[in-house]
Design a binder for this molecule. Structure first.
Ligand code: SAH
Ligand code: SF4
Ligand code: F3S
Length: 463
């Protein structure tokens, strides 16, 4: 069900907390781990915080409410969040009224919640990711009763509309269009912690996009764990076309797509509206071995994946394709791994994020025999990285001497010069000498050199 927060009992809790905060200056600090979905959720959490009367800060030391928005995708992510949580104790000691809350994907894991109950007494509440809009109610409960609250496993599938996020950037925006995942890849925790797929209505998404464009945003990234399985009154291709038809000087990106849901219509829409729909596609392959893909429950073969890549490249000639790869999935033999290496050489990704398989409690793969020893996983990762770095660099060489439209993200001062950091429409990083006021603007840059992780350019002046 779609719920307008302003016409629900949730808004009464916002009022109640605001009433308590009335007459004093209070700060909320949200610390984020994990993926873009979590970044986007944190912007919504800050928006709810603002409505409850908090000022938004990044400094936990001055805060009255600290929320750690956690990620559970790999063990390393969980360890980092717990270590930051450990650091929060000192703030609680110096300010006993401080409220610390755990949100995000770890807050849906039962073993994490029991650990927090037992070992982190200064955490006042945990709140699962599908219930972020229960923050006012939960917080009010904590403030009133001084009792701890642990909200998880509620199987909430509602979608909430009506909160204005507090965005970090004033020219790049995330817009979540769907939540959750139904795919149950055997290694992945996401379906367990984010729940089943649900999509916002296209009218609500378009209203967000129109507002952002009016406010001068230049880049809008549509988000979903499985963005191209969006399904409401239209499918993902239909939604993307509607967005491409919104008037204004902006580009649209989206992530993350599942190879099984790349429809021909989606490819056609991209071809028709490029470069307003940016010529970029993030398409996680995970493995190049059909045997491993099957064990991962990815539902495509290497051959099918290649066919999709070819279709994308013929419809959108300058498209950059990036990927996610996992090494060391249970039972991955040297032959399986070499199939992955071969796929990298065949596809020639512009970029790939590479991960060492990390067993996640409750997933099928964590129970599988033949877990791969760490030293083998490490070696495979190094080999993969080296190969991909070379491919990434090679892929960029033909861009030397071309002129690219870029959106400037930020800058760094170096030897008295302003070095702008920008992204091409295909999402490649370019460094070039420019001016501070280029940030947030589209510029034209001539590429002069390439490195594995970025390109070097100079501002292009039309004669
Ligand atoms: N929904 C997206 C992204 C999910 S998480 C998708 O389907 O592709 C981002 C990436 O983390 C995944 O693509 C996968 O490569 C990696 N990942 C997920 N679970 C993992 C695990 N248990 N160990 C290592 N990497 C993992
Ligand atoms: Fe995880 Fe697979 Fe869903 Fe992506 S599609 S979030 S990898 S289960
Ligand atoms: Fe992490 Fe949850 Fe995203 S597990 S990667 S924050 S969906």
């Amino acid at each position: 069900m779609i719920i307008d927060i302003n016409n629900s009992n949730l808004s009464s809790y916002i009022d109640k907390v605001r009433e308590i905060n009335h007459n004093s200056v209070k700060y909320i600090c949200v610390i984020t781990f994990g993926c873009q979905q979590n970044e986007a959720d944190s912007e919504v959490i800050r928006g709810i915080g603002k409505e409850m009367g908090y000022l938004v800060t990044d400094d936990p030391a001055v805060s009255d409410l600290i929320i750690i928005n956690t990620c559970a995708i790999r063990e390393h992510a969980e360890k980092k969040a717990l270590s930051v949580l450990g650091n929060m104790k000192k703030y609680k000691t110096s300010n006993p009224d401080l409220i610390v809350g755990i949100m995000g994907c770890m807050a849906e894991e039962e073993h994490v919640v029991s650990k927090i109950k037992k070992s982190f007494p200064y955490v006042s509440f945990t709140l699962e990711p599908s219930a972020i809009y229960r923050l006012p109610e939960t917080l009010y409960g904590v403030m009133q009763s001084r009792k701890r609250e642990f909200i998880y496993n509620t199987e909430n599938i509602d979608i909430y509309e009506g909160v204005l996020p507090v965005r970090k950037s004033d020219f790049k925006a995330w817009v979540s269009i769907m939540y959750g995942c139904n795919n149950f890849c055997t290694y992945c925790i996401v379906p367990y912690v984010r729940g089943r797929e649900r999509s916002r209505s296209s009218a609500d998404v378009i209203a967000d996009v129109e507002r952002l464009v009016r406010d001068g945003y230049k880049e809008i990234t549509l988000l979903g764990q499985n963005v191209n399985s969006y399904k409401s009154d239209t499918d993902f291709a239909g939604l993307l076309e509607k967005i491409a038809l919104v008037k204004g000087d902006f580009i649209v990106r989206f992530m993350t797509s599942h190879p099984k849901d790349v429809s021909d219509r989606l490819i056609d829409v991209m071809g028709k509206y490029v470069p307003k729909i940016a010529p970029q596609f993030h398409l996680p392959l995970q493995s190049g071995s059909d045997r491993i893909l099957k064990a991962m429950n990815r539902t495509y073969t290497a051959e099918k994946y290649l066919a999709t890549v070819e279709k994308l490249r013929s419809a959108v000639p300058d498209i950059a394709i990036s990927s996610d790869i996992i090494v060391g999935f249970p039972g991955e033999s040297e032959e399986d791994f070499s199939d992955t290496m071969k796929m990298l050489k065949t596809v020639e990704f512009d970029m790939a994020y590479t991960f060492i398989y990390s067993p996640r409690k409750g997933t099928k793969a964590a129970q599988m025999d033949c877990q791969i020893p760490d030293d083998i996983k490490g070696r495979r990762l190094r080999e993969l990285l080296e190969l991909q770095n070379n491919i990434s660099k090679e892929k960029n060489i033909p861009l030397i001497n071309t002129v690219q439209k870029v959106l400037v993200d930020g800058f760094e001062e170096k030897d008295g010069k302003i070095i702008c950091k920008a992204r091409t429409l295909s999402n490649k990083l370019v460094h070039f000498e420019g001016e501070k006021n280029f940030v947030g603007k589209f510029e034209l840059v001539k590429i002069t050199d390439v490195r594995p992780h970025n390109m070097i350019g100079e501002k292009f002046e039309r004669n």
